[in-house]
Design a protein around this ligand. Structure first.
Ligand code: FE
Ligand code: FE
Length: 284
């Protein structure tokens, strides 16, 4: 197995999330695909093993230096969505929804509940950072739960036992409760493991309201928004905005239904929404 692609499909970790955090009051198997196939479980486990071994403080700094100049591509927001959609499933294309469909389903579910338009737009954009895959980044540096690096890894992080193989685990600079940070320093000052959340935040940080940016930047940070394991690094503003991250999470996890949304009909509405908030071209 290639360590760059431990998962058959990039979204297998999200399917696994639904298993870890089932929708309340719903019978899982009837509404979603059957996730209880152990070969897939093994792949997800192996995926996290590689992720946890490799996401070090230094690795994150190296990726930030590589990507924060935003000199990879220039695309209109909709072209970026189309580009992301070239990331197609090669394992079972009949069952899987493509990337755009997940984004549209998330956004539509938010829209149906009557939320503000920036929240709907956030649903549409939140996984755009997965274009990292198309730049050749390994899966473990694009998807999966994210968590702070530079301080002790919480045992609330999924498969936390694999951190024993991360060099930072035995590095005194990084393995104490606060590590390179200080109490309630604010997440703004905390480096997160590298993936699609942090990258897209940097692409969009000048254009969206603060709660939208929190959703984009921390939607995979399950150890906090689900497990509350890092409150000691957060400040007031973080806590306030995490209410939105929590509000967003069910739309991300539970809006996946096998009926593809009608992308063609929905497009004009979303083009308008994009125009309201974003420039004609975005730097990636
Ligand atoms: Fe995501
Ligand atoms: Fe998502």
């Amino acid at each position: 197995m290639d360590t760059n692609t431990p998962l058959e499909h990039i979204d297998d970790w999200e399917d696994d999330l639904v298993k870890r955090y089932p929708e309340p009051f719903k019978k899982q198997k009837e509404d979603y695909r059957n996730y209880n196939d152990s070969p897939r479980d093994d792949l997800v486990r192996n995926f996290y093993k590689i992720n946890h071994q490799n996401q070090t403080y230094e690795f994150v700094i190296a990726k930030q230096n590589e990507y924060f100049n935003l000199d990879k591509r220039k695309m209109s927001p909709w072209d970026a969505l189309d580009y992301l959609n070239t990331l197609v499933d090669d394992s079972d294309p009949d069952i899987e929804l493509d990337q755009l469909q997940h984004l549209l389903q998330t956004a539509e579910a938010i829209r149906q509940d009557g939320h503000p338009d920036w929240f709907i737009l956030t649903g549409l954009l939140h996984d755009l950072g997965k274009v990292l895959c198309l730049y050749g980044e390994p899966q473990w540096a694009v998807v999966g739960d994210t968590y702070p690096v530079g301080c002790k890894f919480s045992d609330k992080i999924v498969y936390s036992e694999f951190f024993a193989e991360n060099p930072d685990f035995s590095d005194q600079r990084y393995n104490t409760k606060f590590g390179v940070y200080y109490e309630n320093c604010g997440l703004e000052n905390v480096k997160m493991s590298w993936g699609h959340d942090e990258y897209l935040y940097h692409v969009l940080k000048d254009y969206l309201p603060k709660p939208a940016l929190y959703i984009i930047r921390y939607h995979s940070f399950y150890a906090q928004h689900r497990e509350e394991a890092y409150a000691h690094l957060m400040n007031e503003e973080d806590h306030k905005n995490f209410e939105w991250v929590k509000k967003f999470n069910p739309y991300d996890l539970y809006s996946k239904v096998p009926i593809p949304p009608d992308a063609k009909n929905l497009r004009p509405y979303y083009e308008n929404l994009i125009d309201k908030y974003l420039p004609k071209e975005l730097l990636f």
